[in-house]
Structures are given as structure tokens and as C-alpha cells.
Design a protein around this ligand. Structure first.
Ligand code: HEM
Ligand code: HEM
Length: 333
């Protein structure tokens, strides 16, 4: 059946492809946020390809949307809001990746990107339920399978072409890390950006009253050079000094499965006990005590883990009998 310029099954295909790409982009975005190592790179290749795929479908989707908007249906504004949020998210992603505008004032393109994507979720769920796609068995043909493959290949090639052009350009994005982060202030603690997972205000802790004993821990000088790679879109390499967590907890790890590191703000993360010797409770950065913003009196240094694992303002480091995955994958506060 042909309606207007696009057949019904054609519209269903475009909408379903959009659904798959949106879900894929959302999941691979969080997957990338879960790693500071190689899986982040592959997640982002898939992520950016899905984003480009959505852009490639725009001409067809706008035909569908224009046709839908001509019908007087309730809550059309919510479909338009979905469109605005998805476009803002993609624009934020491209501003960040290209480096055209990574931050303005206290806000970053990455925050805009992820914020708009999260805000789009309820609208997307509503949209899919309120505008159901009718799929007929004949829609799910071998041809569809081949077209899907060709579409994904086209999106990946477009992304790869864009990335090569970016590398050849003088835009800052050419030099970003494989996690998408920009290196800032390495080995210069004063120039290292300050950030927190969400809304933690900087607490002023008194060294003399600190639960872990400042004098005693300041005598340790275990050192590690490690890159803090923040999900906010920057990374910074520093020399950290303090006490290795396996030394801090010597004799107390028997029977423990995880180590819980708790901040004065209530923020906490849990680590596998096998990682104890790689974790450092740092009191100094670049040879100087930490500033309040960077976690005074002490912050955790968790090499090869994203910044949200590097708990600041630590007030407790506790061996616990529960496995490390007994926590939300991303902090909820
Ligand atoms: C990038 C994401 C999407 C945006 C921005 C978007 C936007 C829109 C807009 C503005 C309309 C017209 C207004 C309306 O009917 O409320 C519309 C219609 C529609 N959308 Fe979407 N949409 C998106 C994804 C999807 C997905 C994933 C599906 C289903 C799997 C879908 C299915 C439909 C259907 C069935 C219609 C009605 C078309 C008609 O009445 O002829 N859309 N969309
Ligand atoms: C509606 C959902 C989303 C869409 C359509 C989307 C799309 C995009 C696009 C088009 C880019 C630019 C890629 C490039 O050209 O290099 C990008 C970058 C990025 N996105 Fe998303 N994204 C979405 C959600 C998310 C979420 C939820 C996260 C994290 C939790 C995320 C994390 C990232 C990161 C880290 C980058 C930077 C990649 C780099 O610079 O190489 N995205 N995204």
C-alpha cells in the first residue's frame, strides 16, 4: 500500500531503525562511561556510528514527522520535544568530539550531551507506545536484513570518514583520548579541572579531626603516576602519593570480597578486593597536599578506572564480605 510518497512498511522500517539506533547509542554511551581502557574505544566507535546513523535517517524521519504533524493528535508537542532533545544531544556530542566548543563557563558539552539524552528517554518511551509501529511479517525479509547491514556499514564508514577528517584538521578534537576526553593540566595540579559526579558541594574537612588519622597516614610515601579520566570529558595525568590500600588494610582483608571507599558526602564506591594493591589512598598530588576541591584530606586513586571511582574526601576504607558488583553500576548521588 502506498500512502503519500513513502509506503507504510518503509515508514515502519525507518522508525524501527531509529529505535534500534537510539537504544544502541544510549547503551554504548554508558558502556563507554564504564571503562577507561580499550572497551571504551570500541563502545565509542559503535556509539558514534549509531549517532551518525540517526543523522542519516533524518531526511526520511522528517517526512514521517511532517505527515504525522498534519494529523490533529494529542500530545504532538511531546514528539517535538523528543526531536529537540535528540538533536541537542547529538549537537552536544559533536561539539565535544570535534572540540569546537567543549565547555562554556561551568558547563560542558558532554554534560549537555548526556543530560539531553537522559531527558529524552521518557519522551522516547512515550513516543514508541503512543505511536505504535505496525510490523507485518512480510516486513521482516532477507532484504530488510541486507539493508540493515548496508545501513550500519554506511553509518560506520561515514563516522570513520568524519573522524579521519577531524584528525587531519586543526580542531582540538584531533588530539582527544580514545575515551573522548581532552588532556588538561597534566603534572600541574593547579591547572587540573575540578569536577564531581553530580551535585556534591566541596566539604571543608579538618585534618586534625579526620577519622583515618592525618599525621599517621601522611608518613606513607607510596607513589603512583595515574591518569584521572573524567566522564565530564577531560583527563589529567598526575603524580599521586599516599598509602596503598593493601598496606592500609594489612591483616584486615582475610574473608573480605570487596573494599568500600566512603566519602564525607556519603558518596561511596566498592572495589574488588584483588585490586587493593593497585589502589592508592592519596594525600598528595604533585608533592603537595590535596586542595579541598580535589579531595582533602585524601582521595582514592584507582588507575584505569573512570573518575567517578576516584572517591574524594575519603572518611572510611572498609573491607566487606559482599562482592564488589553489589552496587549500582553508576553512582546515584
Ligand atoms: C529520533 C527519534 C524520533 C523523533 C525525533 C521522532 C519524532 C516524531 C514526530 C515529530 C512525529 C510527528 C508528530 C506525532 O505524530 O506525534 C512522529 C511521528 C511518528 N513516529 Fe516518531 N520520532 C522518533 C522516533 C520514533 C521511533 C523510535 C518510533 C517507533 C519505533 C517512531 C514512530 C512514529 C510513528 C508511528 C509516528 C506516526 C506517523 C504518522 O502518523 O504517520 N518514532 N515522530
Ligand atoms: C540519544 C542518545 C545518544 C545519541 C544519539 C548520542 C550520539 C552521539 C554522537 C553523534 C556523538 C559524537 C560522536 C563523534 O562524532 O565522535 C557522541 C559522542 C559521545 N557520547 Fe553520545 N549519544 C547519546 C547518548 C550518550 C550517553 C547516554 C552517553 C554516556 C552515558 C554518551 C557518551 C558519549 C561520549 C563519551 C561521547 C564522546 C565520544 C568521543 O569524543 O569520541 N552519549 N554521542
Amino acid at each position: 500500500m502506498i500512502l503519500g510518497s513513502v509506503s507504510l512498511s518503509h515508514r515502519a522500517r525507518v522508525n524501527l531503525a531509529l529505535l534500534a539506533l537510539l537504544a544502541g547509542a544510549f547503551l554504548t554511551g554508558w558502556l563507554a562511561f564504564s571503562y577507561a581502557t580499550a572497551p571504551a574505544r570500541w563502545a565509542l566507535v559503535a556509539h558514534a556510528s549509531a549517532g551518525v546513523g540517526i543523522l542519516l535517517l533524518l531526511p526520511w524521519k522528517s517526512m514521517i514527522a511532517r505527515r504525522g504533524l498534519r494529523r490533529p493528535r494529542p500530545a504532538r508537542w511531546a514528539s517535538i520535544a523528543l526531536g529537540v532533545l535528540v538533536l541537542v544531544s547529538i549537537a552536544g556530542g559533536l561539539l565535544h568530539s570535534s572540540g569546537a566548543l567543549v565547555a562554556w563557563g561551568a558547563y560542558t558539552a558532554m554534560e549537555l550531551h548526556v543530560g539531553a539524552a537522559i531527558a529524552a528517554v521518557p519522551f522516547a518511551a512515550w513516543h514508541v507506545l503512543a505511536r505504535p509501529v505496525r510490523v507485518r511479517p512480510s516486513d521482516l525479509s532477507r532484504r530488510l536484513f541486507l539493508r540493515t547491514g548496508a545501513g550500519l556499514a554506511l553509518a560506520s564508514v561515514s563516522y570513520a570518514g568524519g573522524e579521519l577528517a577531524l584528525r587531519a584538521s586543526s580542531l582540538p578534537g584531533a588530539g582527544r583520548r580514545f575515551t573522548g576526553s581532552y588532556e588538561v593540566g597534566s603534572f600541574d595540579p593547579d591547572a587540573m579541572p575540578v569536577s564531581s559526579w553530580m551535585f556534591d558541594a566541596v566539604p571543608a574537612l579538618d585534618a586534625a579531626a579526620w577519622a583515618l588519622g592525618y599525621e599517621a597516614l601522611a608518613r606513607f610515601d607510596d607513589r603512583v603516576t595515574a591518569m584521572l579520566d573524567c566522564t565530564g570529558g577531560f583527563c589529567s595525568n598526575q603524580e599521586w602519593a599516599g598509602v596503598r590500600v593493601d598496606r592500609l588494610l594489612a591483616g584486615r582483608l582475610a574473608g573480605a570480597q570487596s573494599i568500600s571507599v566512603v566519602s564525607a558526602t556519603g558518596y561511596a564506591r566498592r572495589f574488588p578486593v584483588e585490586e587493593a594493591s593497585r589502589l592508592l589512598l592519596a594525600l598528595r598530588m604533585g608533592g603537595r597536599p590535596l586542595s579541598a576541591e580535589h579531595g582533602f584530606p585524601a582521595r582514592l586513586v584507582a588507575p584505569d578506572r573512570r573518575g567517578f571511582w576516584w572517591v574524594k574526601w575519603v572518611v572510611a576504607v572498609r573491607p566487606e564480605p559482599v562482592p564488589y558488583w553489589w552496587q549500582p553500576p553508576f553512582p546515584l548521588q
